[in-house]
Ligand binder design. Structure first.
Ligand code: PGA
Length: 252
């Protein structure tokens, strides 16, 4: 059985004190969510404080990005994966479409970041997804398989245990326009097939694939009813403790 993952991506929102307030409000609301892993990705500056304040709870912390560099060094502005781990993170989001789109992140960079994350002992949440133009051109699957092959090449079987894929169609992020559960399911099943061909059917079966893009309390249950959707990466609706808790507790 694949354990469900519900991850909140706070993007570039919230000061340290706002982050702490939100996570402390969230903590009791998700304390009984044993059916899933609950993850929050605050901004770098809040990560350590948030991690300290939720120690011992069932909330895990993710970085929103990490450096391609494994070792410390002269890389102004970068944060190494091992530093995220040191600050209390267990996960890191890699290759988010906003980074690909606005910060020119390539599949090669995604690959290096994944390797840095795995070396540091973090679990990588690797984002893939097509633009609206690519979907309209009928090349969504080619785009996603290209991102998977480029970003996740060179991984060993044991590395795969610490990879989570997030399918986030760019046209659904922050737009209020969610993929239908059927559209999402179709791509998730495709991603699993790509993994089966590239790695093994066992690895594909075990892979957690999250959906992301305008996930809200009122659409999570429909998405989660699909066989290949193993959780969600939530942006806007994760910024408020109560709406994120409703998503986490979608079954109750
Ligand atoms: P959204 O963002 O839920 O606000 O669409 C999702 C994401 O970017 O991870």
């Amino acid at each position: 059985m694949r354990k469900v993952v519900i991850a909140g991506n706070w993007k570039m929102y919230k000061t340290v004190s706002e982050s702490v307030d939100t996570v402390l409000a969230l903590k009791p609301l998700v304390a009984n969510a044993n059916h899933c892993e609950v993850i929050i990705a605050p901004v770098f500056t809040a990560l350590k404080t948030v991690a300290d304040r939720i120690e011992g709870s069932n909330i895990r912390i993710a970085g929103q990005d990490c450096s391609t560099e494994v070792e410390e060094g002269a890389h102004t502005g970068e944060v190494a994966a091992f530093m995220l781990k040191d600050a209390g993170a267990s996960h890191v989001i890699i290759g988010h479409s906003e980074r690909r789109q606005f910060y020119s992140e390539t599949d090669l960079m995604v690959k290096k970041k994944c390797q840095a994350a795995l070396t540091a002992g973090l679990t990588a949440i690797v984002c893939v997804g097509e633009s609206l133009e690519q979907r309209d051109q009928g090349i969504a699957e080619n785009v996603v398989s290209g991102q998977l092959n480029g970003g996740l090449s060179g991984l060993t079987a044991s590395d795969l245990d610490r990879i989570i894929v997030a399918y986030e169609p760019v046209w659904a992020i922050g737009t209020g326009r969610t993929a239908t559960p059927e559209q999402a399911q179709e791509m998730h099943a495709f991603i699993r097939r790509v993994f089966a061909e590239r790695h093994s059917s066992g690895a594909a079966e075990a892979l957690r694939i999250l959906y992301g893009g305008s996930v809200k309390p009122d659409n999570i249950a429909g998405l989660m009813s699909q066989g290949d959707i193993d959780g969600a990466l939530v942006g806007g609706a994760s910024l408020k403790a109560d709406s994120f808790a409703q998503i986490v507790n979608y079954r109750s």
